[in-house]
Design a protein around this ligand. Sequence first.
Ligand SMILES: NC(=O)C[C@H]([NH3+])C(=O)NS(=O)(=O)OC[C@H]1O[C@@H](n2cnc3c(N)ncnc32)[C@H](O)[C@@H]1O
Ligand SMILES: [Mg+2]
Length: 429
Amino acid sequence: ATDIIPVKEALKLPAGSTVKVRGWAYRRRDLGDKAFIVVRDSTGIIQAVFTPDSPSHPDARKVTVESSLVVEGTLKDDPRAPGGKEIQGKKLEIVHLAENFPIRRDASREFLLEVRHLAVRSRKMTSVLKIRNTVFEALHEWFRANGYYEVQGPMFVSAAVEGGATLFPVKYVDGSTVYLTQSSQFYLEALIFSLEKVYTVAPSFRAEKSRTRRHLTEFWHAEAEVAWTNLEGIMKVEEELVAHIVRRVLEKNAEDLELLGRKTEILRNVEPPFPRLSYDKAIEILQGKGFKVSWGDDLGADEERALTEEFDRPFFLYGFPVQAKAFYHKNDPSRPEVTLSADLLAPEGYGEIIGGGERIEKLEELVEKIKSFGLNPRDYEWYLDLRRYGSVPHAGFGLGMDRLVTWIAGLEHIVDSLPFPRTVSRTYP
Ligand SMILES: NC(=O)C[C@H]([NH3+])C(=O)NS(=O)(=O)OC[C@H]1O[C@@H](n2cnc3c(N)ncnc32)[C@H](O)[C@@H]1O
Ligand SMILES: [Mg+2]
């Protein structure tokens, strides 16, 4: 009996080989009395043709798109077929005859989101998911190879990390109101007193009102925290990590990047050290480009997009004004109006993929900062405790995994970077 092999392996065999593959009918058409079925499995697609002399010909003509099946036959070279080979079908087992598959080639973007549970079968989505897999795998690989411990923070939390405006309140079992986590940062800061270098990969939740191509309401957030280090130290971690991830995708997903039509030259520039641009200089550049920005303003997607035009690789934007960053950022002692913060911006218009910096390690300074932001120190009691018992200089960052995948894969919209996106207007399927 012939063993079932992946489509990708079958395509490597010489003409005349007997092959057996299984998967789903990706395409289906009849040409005269020949029944053509393009079989898809997780490794690729291959065309099979059944002619009237094959006992399976009647079944082949019954096959509908997305029917699950097993096909056996002899390989023949055919430059017109995908992968340059075609199976001369001998045997066909229909595992399940699909009902009328609702996705057509001209399906709208909105419809494809509505039936995302079926649209994930597309070759584009399959390639994106393989790239996403490599991004997550490479991130864990780098952290593990560099002495970090993987830890987990809670998803139910009691206070905002990144401002109250994007908190999702949840009615807890005891009737109290808690929130979905915006960031595991504070919990990582607690854990460095045990493990010194920690990271986590978990969902974070933001009730973002803005409909943009880079905001989700639930996104995958890789965060790290490192004791004894500073802004420069954490930027070095970030650039080595991102360079490692991009290198791995270039190594392992060349075919996927090609299927997506992704030009990869710029990804080959992703080697440390990344350029560093001060916020001051960024404001000058933007004003020079005609943007109506003044020093102190936060920078939005348009401003970031304009800045990325100055670079052909990811770059750090550092030294944000105090009022443009969250309360926990440490003020620069030599210039108290700015923080020891840095965002990492991806080129080609993608903008911010990482936010991070040095944390305030002195109790009094942190209490003052919390109050100056109009927040109540009592809401941050346990976080303040971390400054009462052997406080240390420390820094960390948060990397948006979906944004990173969007940039590396060269996607139009962040919703295309993960299987089941959650946005302002979508929580289905
Ligand atoms: N441990 C830390 O220092 C992380 C810090 N508390 C934090 O949450 N920073 S951040 O708000 O800039 O978010 C970090 C990154 O998280 C991503 N991010 C942030 N918000 C979103 C939304 N809404 N959708 C998708 N991705 C998002 C984006 O890449 C940001 O650069
Ligand atoms: Mg940010």
